[in-house]
Ligand binder design. Sequence first.
Ligand SMILES: Nc1nc2c(ncn2[C@@H]2O[C@H](COP(=O)(O)OP(=O)(O)O[C@H]3O[C@H](CO)[C@@H](O)[C@H](O)[C@@H]3O)[C@@H](O)[C@H]2O)c(=O)[nH]1
Ligand SMILES: [Mg+2]
Length: 194
Amino acid sequence: MPAKHAEVRILDSKILSDDWYLLKKYTFELQRRDGEWQRQSREVYDRGNGAVILLYNRSRQTVILTRQFRFPVYVNDHPGLLLEAPAGLLDNLDPEKRIKAEAEEETGYKVEQVQKVFEAFMSPGSVTEKLYFFIAEYNAEQLSGAGGGIKEEGEDIEVIEMNFQQAMEAIDNGEIADAKTIMLLQYLALKGIM
Ligand SMILES: Nc1nc2c(ncn2[C@@H]2O[C@H](COP(=O)(O)OP(=O)(O)O[C@H]3O[C@H](CO)[C@@H](O)[C@H](O)[C@@H]3O)[C@@H](O)[C@H]2O)c(=O)[nH]1
Ligand SMILES: [Mg+2]
């Protein structure tokens, strides 16, 4: 199906918060499907784009996940330590280069070959972010450091090598509750990679 372009006239935008990231409020007119123009306003949170990678090992049937404290989920009734595939913000850099650097920074694994599998908007009603999804095979020889993230930035990332079937079960029992991680685990299963 060809992409359909929305008819939109942006009338105004104002900055509500410009601190760590940027929160704006836009007022715009959108043409409804019946042709009528309707005025609306939306708050839009812009923290740039990001990338995520799932490292997998077929012979060991394992994946590499991280566990780190996530304050926003903590204030939404989660214990706070979230199991996730390694990920990071792009800072306007190339997604493939960024995710290789991020994988090493967070997990200690230095991967050379990565495969991009798709791109997706994770919270399209309010957050501009587009996430680039990658997978890569890893092996023990690629371990070049301890990972853990950057302490000065408040990161304290535990690296977890997990059996793939256990990770799939962890989706079912709620232990894995991060969307990007669920998407990549299911991708490996769906494509018969693991
Ligand atoms: N001081 C301060 N630091 C912040 C703030 N928000 C984020 N940070 C810090 O900024 C750094 C961002 O780390 P990255 O590894 O680049 O990003 P990420 O938070 O892991 O983001 C990834 O996961 C997100 C959640 O799923 C994704 O949204 C994102 O695209 C990316 O994949 C972290 O050290 C984080 O603590 C803030 O409001 N204030
Ligand atoms: Mg990160």
